[in-house]
Design a protein around this ligand. Sequence first.
Ligand SMILES: *Cc1c(COP(=O)(O)O)cnc(C)c1O
Length: 339
Amino acid sequence: MLIDLRSDTFTKPSQGMLEAMFKANVGDDVFGEDPSINKLENECASMFGMEAALFCPSGTMTNQIAIKCHTQPGNEVICEKMSHIYIYEGGGVASNSGCQVKPIEGNRGRIQANQVLEAINAEDIHKPVTALVSVENTANRGGGSCYEMNHLQLIKELCLSHNINFHLDGARLWNALICKNESPKQYGEIFDTISICLSKGLGAPVGSVLLGKIDFIKKARRVRKVFGGGMRQAGYLGAAGLYALENNISRLETDHQHAQKIGIALSKKDFIGEILPIETNMIIFEVKGKFTATSLAELLKQHHILCIPISSTQIRMVTHLDVTPEMVERLLDLINNIN
Ligand SMILES: *Cc1c(COP(=O)(O)O)cnc(C)c1O
């Protein structure tokens, strides 16, 4: 039995999801004629109380389309220095949009309004125009940390008063919603655009959705075509996404409980140093003493448990819907027995 804790992207479609995909009603989505995609886009938009939505092959694409539609070449994008858009999207902010990033050092991946205010450039011909603020919730490199709603509201007010757009990279927003007991509509009210992912915690094989105003999504649809992201009978994927929204959101609580249990077991070991506070489905911990991050990951691998050393001293584990309670028990046993 393999226990794959490398990421919540390693889930495979369940039987029920496969059946929904098998029965999907499809058409050519580039022509706007795929009923399953249209349904998925409408459902996502109304869930968040936003006007329109666009299904895309990846979260990288939804983020990159949003950045391109919000900016002009030479503009600046404010984000946290470990943001996915900055460190994990292949330099796309520069190559796709001709923009530069102004990275801010946050607290476990989260930035504050006063930092944003400091980072906004004054009107000055020497300085790039600040066009966009992008935040991540949950914050991946923050160990799945969640924003406080009032902090987001303060950043939103700043964006409004400075005429700057506000984007949410919500690859794991579902986890934040469950953790904080918040509703999608609260986020729809704050952000100009939101990217949500169907293929991480929700367990669909492919797909992210970009949300925004009607005119924005119209423009985004054109950019998606340019980026090569227009797909034909995408409804098979749309059906998986619809199934995921219906069946796999509330169960995220289980993933969070599993992460807590793993964290407690780790905290009792003398070869484990700092464990980032566990808020959702991620455990990022420091390895010390007799193990390095690599040697501990190697030992776990010999026991068919996979995880990722994210730095020379840190390991990341991510729980998800293909990590069963039995698997967690086996992992806990193993951790307890490593001396
Ligand atoms: C996974 C992820 C994305 C998008 O990833 P894709 O693999 O391109 O779908 C974006 N932002 C964050 C924070 C992520 O974790």
